[in-house]
Write a protein that binds this ligand. Structure first.
Ligand SMILES: [Ca+2]
Length: 591
């Protein structure tokens, strides 16, 4: 293993040298070095240096030209801080089988290029929180932490962390900053604390793929549909008729016409919650659970949903299903396991699942159920295409860091090209990612690799987390990600290997590609909220959420009358629903 990695390292170092050129420092490099040398000590004043001006003014175009002269995007020679040693505490990923991050190719490449050496201390996940808390309490800190620290921990020890809003990112880490600006819809603002400071750099990537856009999906059994001789429903009224047919006929074909449960759900589990059917009436959450659908962003404003005609129409439709005996009578009380048992026993005609293959079902038999509840109201799917899978607090620098410019320079080297970012995340090219016709794709070439021959017990996760940093990598934006090949295929021995729809990941991806067209257009920005303000909001939620949920359950069972609806709308007012909506407009939308 070691030999193999070393050989690969040499190859990559040579490739990297060829890529960046070996010309040494030209005249522009000397100028930048001289200027920056005068200001290295004062990172706060650095925004005015020539290095900053150069990097900012010339921007992206300079990046490539500068690399040719062995100059970093920040305008400094790549080895400007050579000889510096820094201390970083980290925690191995769950499937990371390396003993020290210095075994990883990206760390070797970064040291080779920058001459900056990192002393790593690797803590177990069990020891991490306690040790970090001890260091924060004593103030005896390493230069940096490479592992997500909770927002709460940072918030209560905020002065222990270096404030990167002082211009040092612009000066020393422009490539990192550029990735942040494209990764979040609101750019660097996603990292800003209410006091305006920036205390961390993100790691990992935005949504690793469309795979994560949505939680569970409502699906319908096509075999049942064929047995009752009906077409795929397109409206909630047509769906009602189909569910009645499921109820009345032997739709599962076992000879017993009375064991069918038309619509399966388990309301106590947010993934299998009946609330997902609100989608058909134009109401959806982002990816924030059942209560997320109590609000939506429309025309840039957080807007109430739970007081709308659509909300009422949805509850009335569910009541109609309930009255007709179409909903699982145990749906409000049963566990996920009880639900799963019925689903596996072919008792449900409509049900929720991550994908049929994940549920052990035939993917040819189940189809996404997508119906329209109201004329003039477009259905919209739960979930978000802006799912933020980054670790916002993945890399934090101590206020006592011995050399912030050098540390940022080192980090920015790893962020300076797409190739280096991908090596940081997944290890060397040719294993889980590879190149074909000038494009990068997800690859299964690792299967025949020497690494796997040396470690036949490794999984793909072991490989990626051991050779790369996985979610501790420098930030990877959506555009940096390595996609699948056409139709979900992956690269294998230079060719695209067709995806297998009976394989769980592929089945899920195919479904997600369909759902992507039904997602909302607008979402709230990702931001760090003021903990005191969050406490105010949580206080409202304590009574408000159960009130809304109870009204929904009661309405499904008993129906909605003008009287019950008006009383409920008054309760929304008194329980602070509109204050809750306004909270988001004042605290989240302003970012
Ligand atoms: Ca039956």
């Amino acid at each position: 293993m070691k030999k193999q990695v070393l050989a690969a390292t040499m190859a990559m170092v040579l490739a990297a040298s060829a890529m960046t050129g070996c010309g040494g420092n030209g005249a522009s490099g000397t100028t930048a070095a001289t200027t920056a040398a005068a200001t290295t000590a004062a990172a706060t004043a650095a925004a005015t240096t020539a290095a900053a001006t150069t990097a900012a003014a010339q921007g992206e175009e300079t990046t490539q030209a500068a690399e040719a002269d062995n100059i970093m995007p920040n305008g400094l020679p790549v080895d400007y801080f050579a000889g510096t040693t820094l201390n970083i505490y980290t925690q191995n990923g769950s499937a990371d089988l390396s003993t020290d991050p210095s075994e990883k190719l990206i760390v070797q490449l970064a040291e080779e290029a920058t001459g900056i050496h990192i002393n790593w201390t690797v803590l177990s996940s069990q020891a991490w929180t306690e040790r970090v808390n001890l260091m924060l309490a004593s103030g005896d800190m390493p230069d940096a932490f490479l592992q997500n620290i909770s927002q709460n921990t940072i918030g209560t020890n905020i002065d222990r962390f270096y404030d990167l809003s002082d211009g040092s990112l612009e000066t020393y880490a422009p490539a990192t900053l550029a990735t942040i600006q494209t990764a979040y819809p609101n750019g660097i603002e996603a990292l800003r604390w209410p006091d305006g400071s920036i205390r961390s750099l993100p790691t990992s990537s935005v949504a690793s793929s469309s795979y994560d856009w949505v939680n569970w999906l409502i699906m319908i059994n096509k075999t049942w549909l064929d047995r009752v001789n009906m077409d795929m429903p397109t409206t909630t009224d047509e769906l009602y008729e189909v569910l009645c047919a499921f109820r009345d006929q032997d739709a599962n074909g076992n000879g017993d016409p009375s064991d069918e449960i038309p619509f399966g759900f388990a309301d106590k589990d947010s993934n299998i919650n009946i609330g997902h059917t609100a989608n058909y009436f134009g109401i959806a959450n982002a990816k924030d659970g059942t209560n997320g659908r109590f609000k939506m962003v429309k025309n840039g404003v957080v807007t109430p949903t739970a007081d709308t005609d659509e909300w009422r129409a949805w509850l009335e439709w569910l009541n109609k299903l309930y009255d007709a005996g179409l909903l699982d009578p145990e749906g409000f009380s049963q566990t996920k396991d009880e639900y799963t048992t019925k689903l596996s026993s072919d008792l449900y005609g409509v049900a929720m699942m991550f994908s049929p293959v994940h549920q052990g079902l035939n993917p040819d038999e189940w189809e996404l159920l997508w119906v329209k509840g109201l004329d003039g109201v477009e259905p919209v799917h739960d979930g978000t295409s802006q799912y933020d899978a980054t670790k916002k607090f993945g890399f934090t620098i101590s206020a006592t860091c011995s050399n912030v410019p050098a540390l940022l320079h080192w980090w920015d080297y790893m962020s300076s090209t797409r190739e280096l970012k991908l090596i940081s995340r997944m290890g060397e090219m040719g294993l889980v990612w590879n190149e074909k016709d000038g494009q990068y794709y997800s690859s299964e070439d690792y299967i025949d690799s020497q690494v796997m021959k040396d470690h036949p017990d490794w999984t793909r996760s072991n490989l990626q987390q051991t050779l790369g940093f996985n979610d501790r990598c420098v930030l990877v934006s959506y555009d940096d990600l390595v996609p699948d090949g056409p139709d979900g295929s992956v690269l294998y021995k230079g060719e695209f290997k067709p995806a297998d729809p009976y394989q769980s990941a592929t089945c899920r991806t195919i479904l997600m590609n369909t759902v992507s067209g039904w997602l909302q257009d607008e979402y709230m920005p990702s931001c760090i909220e003021d903990p005191d303000a969050v406490a105010d909001r949580t206080l409202i939620e304590t009574d408000l959420f159960p009130m809304i949920t109870n009204f929904a359950s009661t309405s499904i069972v008993n129906g909605v009358t003008d009287e019950s609806w008006n009383t409920y709308k008054q309760s929304l007012e008194t329980y602070g629903y509109y204050d809750w909506i306004e909270w988001y407009n004042e605290n989240t939308m302003k970012n």
